[in-house]
Design a protein around this ligand. Sequence first.
Ligand code: FAD
Ligand code: NAD
Length: 468
Amino acid sequence: MPDSFDLIIIGSGPGGYVCAIRAAQLGMKVACVERRDTLGGTCLNIGCIPSKALLHSSEKFHEAGHGLAAHGINVEGVTLDLAKMQARKAEVVGANTKGVEFLFKKNKITWLKGAARILAAGRVDVAGTEYTAKNIVIATGSDSTPLPGVEVDETTIVTSTGALELDKVPGHLVVIGGGVIGLELGSVWKRLGAQVTVVEFLDRLIPGNDAEVAKQFERILTRQGMKFRLSTKVTGATPTTSAEGTSQVSLTLESLKKGTSETIAADVVLLAIGRRPHTEGLGLEEAGVALDARGRVVTDAHYATNIPGIHAIGDVIAGPMLAHKAEDEGVALAELLAGKPGHVNYNAIPGVIYTWPEVASVGATEEQLKEAGTEYNTGKFPFTANGRARAMGMTDGLVKILADKTTDRVLGCHIIGPEAGTLIAEVAMAIEFGASSEDIGRLCHAHPTLSEAVKEAALAVEGRALHI
Ligand code: FAD
Ligand code: NAD
């Protein structure tokens, strides 16, 4: 008789492991299959956590070399020990993945080690052994999207995985894709000394984000020394060897506006043009699980696929590819399977880019509201007028709040500035609770804090900001 569970979850990323914990809390007998040697998925192993460790370390390095003199602190002889920085990152990753292993033990969740294949509803093969379950959850995440003509070797032409592991600062890093990964990891290597050129297909950065914020972001990153080739496509990448015998890449670029071509040399190329759902080798076709045109598992509002007993959450289904979105879906699904109400409000999922300054958003952008024909008021407040930001010497950026013209209900917020990722939580809560801009404006915010910029932007919706 095969081992039997209430729930088998395939994949231990933030979707899978959080679903496993919540289901165990609700009394289910749970197994989670993971083929990696460590738990935590893309997020903990090769995504959110290692990238934030390197962003934090590189920010400190940059500040020590360039940011302290303005405060009257003179530091000389700042040097980089990249091996130590990378070792620290590995320790951070290890502590987090071990943390999930601990949580599995604490919640009596069985880790089935190996690659899973669905044999049919209720039946899963893991490394040649069959297990049965009342319900199966596909939480297999995503992989980076390839680009024909740009062959990834993870040393010279890398995805985010290789870009997190470089053992030398590249002289010239060319990033293909001006999205989240390209700008976060581009920032890391820029701060550590690389020349960074970002090649972006569209005429703007971070598509999907507020256009005004994206423009400011581009200006600030340009001032930091990043170079941008917008409206440009990469048509080929040829590995070459430099005069000193080191590996390089010759990239051919085509300007979409001018129709001209040119060739540039890179020491490392980072391919970051998006991620695609991971569904290979799972037996989905044989089990009859439907995928959409973009290869994502199709689910209903309760995360059920077209096959009864098979569900899916996280990057492998539609929606933003974000760890907290996957986690919230994991919790909602476990609760639904336990007969409770489970729900995710997709209008209140924040997105954060952990560069300096940070970029954070929640809810609708102005472009989306215009397209939907929704009438709205806008309130903006720049960090130059915030006392704390001045004290910190971090006055780049603004807070922008969008509220319904008739009801004043908050519809969206877009922030570029210091601690934007932390500040956005307040507005996510306002959207979740259906608050108005007046509600935020009337809330007492501690002084002097960056959060006062959020209050002032809310007041500015009705033209009554106090400090501008
Ligand atoms: P994943 O985390 O991808 O986990 C899926 C797991 O399933 C993997 O461990 C995989 O090995 C396993 N698996 C796949 N197939 C099988 C199989 N057949 N059998 C067994 N196991 C299998 N998001 C944020 O919100 N904030 C960030 O700061 C952030 N930074 C990121 C930085 C980088 C460089 C990258 C690449 C991503 C980042 N993300 C970030 C996105 C985030 O990592 C994903 O949205 C999140 O990990 C998705 O979670 P998931 O559970 O759906 O899948
Ligand atoms: P992305 O979708 O953020 O950006 C990809 C960029 O590449 C876009 O600007 C797109 O226009 C551009 N592009 C596409 N094809 C191109 C081509 N042929 N040539 C040049 N440019 C091209 O994707 P990403 O940066 O790879 O990140 C993938 C996912 O990972 C994102 O969905 C994101 O949600 C998630 N992620 C999140 C965080 C975070 O939350 N801080 C960090 C990293 C990754």
